[in-house]
Design a protein around this ligand. Structure first.
Ligand code: ADP
Ligand code: MG
Length: 240
């Protein structure tokens, strides 16, 4: 589904990614972890073409992301992305946030978009809040709306970049629960997170990055049970 082959990337003269290779198969959940500044966000931004790479090749299903002339707008409409800071439209209700892309990008009718919005918002327990504005909701509720908004577009895969890092501790689980359910339903997911409990529970594989390199790319149990590199051992000892 997602194939990353030997990518290297520079910001100016600073090399942020060095020869990274990995892939995510359909239905797989891959957690990306590593110290701050190791290139995790950059890696997943490259997957949906938000950041260009200077070397290597990325394909997502039949999109060659790194090829010249690829329709990146079309690609991004097919890949859901959820960031640390829930980027909902503040001046629109939850309902409007969920309907907009469906109508504008997918060309769904108002009724169709609305039915989908209500079903998705109901699934994350927020139907009573569907006509509120984002600012009237808690951070955890907003992040659940952000996930639902992505799902409204029927994505082929979901990318998450530290979706719970900006949340108060008591709200983290309500967001992780939604992600666990999504994983169990078979969504293809690439998740940057420090939530190692989540990783252990749902990840098929864990990628550990350091200084722009993929240091480990292992089955979850192997990674936690027996990290190979000193850097991963050191990271886990600090975080667990
Ligand atoms: P992580 O998500 O693992 O914390 P990032 O991918 O955000 O790491 O950043 C990796 C490195 O690239 C960091 O040293 C960061 O300062 C640098 N960096 C990130 N974005 C930019 C940018 N737009 N321009 C220049 N340097 C950047
Ligand atoms: Mg980051």
């Amino acid at each position: 589904m997602i194939d990353i082959q030997n990518i290297s990337k520079w910001y100016g003269t600073f090399q942020v990614l060095t020869d990274c290779t990995t892939s995510v198969t359909k239905g797989e959940v891959v957690v990306v972890c590593g110290p701050s500044g190791s290139g995790k966000s950059t890696l997943i931004k490259c997957v949906n073409g938000l950041e260009p790479v200077q070397q290597g090749k990325i394909t997502v299903e039949d999109f060659e992301v790194t090829a010249r002339g690829t329709n990146l707008t079309k690609l991004r409409a097919r890949i859901g992305m959820v960031f640390q800071h829930f980027e909902l439209y503040p001046h629109m209700s939850v309902r409007e946030n969920l309907c907009l892309g469906q109508q504008k990008v997918l060309g769904r009718s108002r009724d169709e978009a609305n039915a989908k919005a209500e079903a998705l918002i109901d699934r994350v327990g927020l139907l009573p809040h569907i006509d509120k504005f984002p600012g009237q909701l808690s951070g955890g509720q907003q992040q659940r709306v952000a996930i639902s908004r992505s799902l409204a577009m029927d994505p082929i895969a979901m990318l998450f970049d530290e979706p719970t890092s900006a949340l108060d501790p008591e709200m983290i689980n309500e967001v992780l629960d939604v992600m666990v359910e999504l994983a169990r339903e078979g969504m293809t997911m690439m998740v940057v997170t420090h939530e190692m409990g989540f990783a252990r529970k749902v990840a098929d594989r864990v990628i550990f990055m350091d200084e722009g390199h993929i240091i480990e790319d292992r089955q979850t149990e192997a990674f936690f049970g027996n990290p190979e590199s000193d850097r991963a051992k050191d990271f886990l000892s600090k975080i667990l």
